[in-house]
Design a protein around this ligand. Sequence first.
Ligand SMILES: Nc1nc2c(c(=O)[nH]1)N[C@H]1C(S)=C(S)[C@@H](COP(=O)(O)OP(=O)(O)OC[C@H]3O[C@@H](n4cnc5c(N)ncnc54)[C@H](O)[C@@H]3O)O[C@H]1N2
Ligand code: MOO
Length: 348
Amino acid sequence: MKITTIPLEEAVGLPLAHDLTQIDAKNHKKSARFKKGQVITEADLETLRGMGRENLSIMEMSPGDVHEDDAARQLGEVLCGDNLRLTEPSEGRCNLVAESSGILWYLAETVNRVNQDPDWVLSALAPHRPVLAGQVVAGFRIRPLVMEDYRVERAVAAVRGGKPFTVLPFKPLKVGLITTGKEIVDKKVEDAFRPKLLEKLSRLNGTLMGQRFRTDSLEQISEAIAAFLSEGADVIICTGGMSVDADDKTPGAIRSRCRKISFQGTPALPGAMLMLGWAESPEDGRDVAVIGAPACVAFDDRTALDKLLPFVFAGMEPGDLVRRWGVGGLCEHCPTCHYPACSFAAGS
Ligand SMILES: Nc1nc2c(c(=O)[nH]1)N[C@H]1C(S)=C(S)[C@@H](COP(=O)(O)OP(=O)(O)OC[C@H]3O[C@@H](n4cnc5c(N)ncnc54)[C@H](O)[C@@H]3O)O[C@H]1N2
Ligand code: MOO
C-alpha cells in the first residue's frame, strides 16, 4: 500500500483514503463527515479547513492489502450469529446489534484469540448478560488503515466458525408467585417483592399470572407449587423461608415437587440462598423452573435472582456457570443502579 499525503488544495478531484471524522463536542455529535473513496470537490475545502485539515491522505492499495472497512466486514460475517445484525462499516468500525432482547452468548476465549494480534480490536459486552433489542453488543476494527490479508484471514480463522456471537431471545413466559411467611399472610408485613418482580418481568418479556400467599408450611407451599403447575405456569418463584431458621420450609417444598434440582446456593451477594429446581408440567411434561428466592429479593433491587432470570427466560439451564458467579457477583449497591451495565449482570 502506498499512502500519499498531499496539501488540501491539491486533493480536489481525488478519492479519500479513509473516512474523516467530525466532532462537534458542543452539540455532542460525532460522525464520518467524509467517507472513504469520496471525491473531494472545491466546495468541500471550506468544510475540511473548518475540521482542521491542511493535508489529506490519498491511498494506493498494493496487492494483498485489506482496507479497514473490508477487514471489519470480513470478521463481522463470521462472528454474527442468531438474533444479531452486522452494521455497515463507519470510520473502519462494524458493530453487532441485538435484534431481540435476550441473553448475550459467546465464549470469552473467542474474543481473546482474535485480539492476540495487537492490531485487531474486538470489544464486546460481557458474556451471558441480558441485552435489549437494538443494543450494540460488540464493536470491532483494525487499528491501522490497511492490514495484510493473511492477518485478516488469521483473525477469521481464530473465530473457528460457527457464528459464535448470538442472542438467545427471551420467551414470553408466565410466572406464578408464591409469597411465604406467616407475618405476610397475617398482613403484619406488606409484600415488597411483587412490584420488584413486575419491573423485572417487563425487561424479560414475562407476565405475572398470579400470586399465592402461604405460611411457613412445607405442605402448603408444596400445594401452591402444584396449583401453579396445573394452571400452566412456566416459572414459579417462591420468596422467603430460604435460610437457616427453624421456620424456613421453602427448599423442602421445592424439592417435594421437582424432578431435578440444579442448585441450592450461589456465590453471588446478595441472594446467596437462591435455589433452582425443575418440575414436570402436568400439561405436556415440559420442564417448569421452580425458583426459591431468599427474602433479600424483597429488599434489594438487584440480587442473584437477576442473574438467574435471564437464563430461565432464554430457556437455558445455567448448569456449572452458577459456580462461576462469584467473579463480579458482589453487588456494589451504587447510589444510582445501572444494572445490567455492570459486572453483577455479567456471567463468567
Ligand atoms: N444466621 C444466619 N442468618 C441468616 C442467614 C444465614 O445463613 N445464617 N442468611 C441470611 C440471608 S442470606 C438471607 S437472604 C436472609 C433471609 O432469608 P429467608 O429467605 O429465610 O427470609 P425469611 O426468614 O423468610 O424473612 C426474613 C425477613 O424478610 C421479611 N420478608 C420476607 N419476605 C418478604 C416479602 N415478600 N416482602 C417483605 N418482607 C419480606 C420477613 O418478614 C423477615 O423480616 O436471612 C439471613 N440471615
Ligand atoms: O441469600 Mo442472602 O440473599 O445473600 O442476602
